[in-house]
Design a protein around this ligand. Structure first.
Ligand code: PEP
Ligand code: CO
Length: 473
């Protein structure tokens, strides 16, 4: 790609840009980042690519989840463990729903954990206006720990370039603990998992969930009995990392020209010409937000040159023709599963937009992974102004996504959720019956409302049920 390099995006118009006053600080931060090692390797990225190809072909499922904006403070043992365990449990339930043949139970688990560096611009009320009035003083809004501070004073809200370096180190610490925990058996399916269904208030739902838990446990027991749980696949799930590639300065510094290990082969005296590739190494998977996916914009320019599998959020404002053009730009060779289309229309809009988007993509010959994000099109405010999402809307969008894909001969290969392993009260509904009045109890998000651990697991139970109904029909 002769006309592309990691900084060619700087020649294009950019949305959601951060304007730094401290120019020297930016230069220093970027120089520092440029020297630091990649956070993930080419080989891992290529492994994820292979797995996503399987998802695109309907052979596996991808569960993507994490906080909307991860704060530096979330980089601690309890929160990392809680999130990984939750994702693991959800994936077990989902896989059981999608394909309960015990043999494949573990090989199909693919988890994309979201981690550091999702500087958030998603406080909806702030989108039109990046300046906000706080106590009568106009000040820049909080744009995520990677950019500025949350404290409501002008100094703390100034974009601080040294935060980009902090983002790297927090990301590294999270990844280090994740890798160490996985290799020490955190995701070992032999260890008992706490399914705690005590919060479920409706007896019939409780019974239904208990049955699912028993079925999952039976499948695990079966694997143990027949001895197919010895391979690495059962001890650890495949967990990769992801975030929205919003801060292009940051992504650019961590984009490295790396040789694919398979290119290093020597045959006799002739050496294969290495196919050079630029890999974004801040995470395995990056995605473009719904607000930054302009065909001629900086984000698309950056994304079209990286070798990683990538995601593109698509909402109601995406025209079907533009979608195909975008796929042609970021994936001209039509690699299967290279692009994950993450649809996020809202429960009341999905039926209007998704069928047309699927049809256009099918006609184009591209084979992406289709993922449903049932969160971002369903954000609303309570009468008292608290941003929330209703469990019923989240579920309704997922259910429709599944039905529409099925009716179109397409495969819904994943879901993309904002969740936390903590007992927060940010989304309304679920089996514990959380109401709008209860939201203030533990409303701790600095960005979008997340499903708490019980709501997230419950969603997995219900979605697994949808897949099974489909099979039984
Ligand atoms: C987000 O993922 O927090 C986000 C901003 O989503 P979207 O791009 O879909 O609006
Ligand atoms: Co969000």
């Amino acid at each position: 790609m002769a006309d592309w390099n990691p900084s060619s995006w700087t020649t294009k118009p950019i949305k959601q840009d951060v304007v730094y006053e401290d120019i020297k600080g930016v230069k220093d931060a970027l120089e520092k980042l440029q020297k630091l090692p990649p956070l993930v390797t080419t080989q891992e990225i290529n492994n994820l690519k292979t797995s996503l190809k399987n998802v695109a072909l309907g052979k596996a499922f991808v569960l993507q989840g994490g906080d909307c904006a991860e704060l530096f403070d979330y980089c601690n043992q309890e929160m990392i463990e809680a999130k990984v365990k939750l994702l693991l449990q959800m994936s077990l339930v989902l896989i059981w729903g999608i394909d309960d043949s015990a043999k494949t139970l573990s090989s199909k688990i693919l988890i994309l954990a979201q981690e550091q560096t999702n500087p958030s611009f998603v406080l909806l009320e702030l989108l039109a206006n990046l300046l906000k009035m706080v106590n009568g003083v106009e000040m820049p809004s909080f744009r995520g720990d990677n950019i500025n501070g949350f404290d409501a004073n002008v100094a703390s809200r100034q974009p601080d370039p040294s935060r980009l370096v902090s983002a790297y180190f927090h990301s590294a610490a999270t990844l280090n603990y994740l890798r160490a925990s996985l290799s020490s058996g955190l995701a070992d399916l032999h260890s008992p998992l706490d399914w705690g269904l005590g919060h479920v208030i409706t007896p019939s739902i409780k019974e239904q969930y208990s049955k699912t838990v028993s079925a999952v446990k039976d499948a695990l027991r079966f694997m143990r009995t027949v001895g197919i749980d010895k391979d690495r696949g059962v001890e650890t799930a495949d967990i990769f990392t992801s975030h929205e590639g919003l801060s292009l300065e940051y992504e650019q510094t961590l984009t490295r020209l790396l040789r694919n290990p398979t290119d290093r082969k020597h045959t006799g005296t002739t050496t294969h010409q290495p196919t050079s590739n630029f890999y974004a190494t801040s995470a395995h998977f990056l995605w473009i937000g719904d607000r930054t996916r302009q065909l001629d914009g900086a984000h698309v320019e950056f994304f079209r040159g990286i070798a990683n599998p990538i995601g593109i959020k698509i909402g109601p404002s995406m025209a079907a023709d533009d979608l195909v053009q975008l796929l042609d730009v970021v994936n001209p060779t039509r690699e299967i599963g290279k692009v994950t289309l993450i649809s996020r229309y809202g429960a009341d809009k999905i039926s209007k937009f998704l069928p047309g988007h699927i049809a256009a993509v099918q006609a184009s010959g591209h084979v992406p992974v289709w993922q449903c994000d049932p969160m971002h099109g369903n954000t609303q405010s309570t009468p008292s102004g608290v941003k929330t999402r209703h469990f019923t809307d989240i579920l309704a969008e997922l259910r429709q996504a599944l039905e529409i894909h099925r009716a179109s001969g397409s495969f819904l290969g994943g879901m993309h959720l904002e969740l936390t392993g903590e007992a927060v009260t940010e989304c309304v509904g679920g089996a514990a019956g959380l109401t709008e009045d209860g939201l203030s109890e533990r409303y701790t998000t600095f960005c979008d409302p997340r499903l708490n651990e019980k709501q997230a697991l419950e969603l997995a139970f219900l979605v697994a049920g949808f897949y099974r109904e489909e099979e039984e029909d």
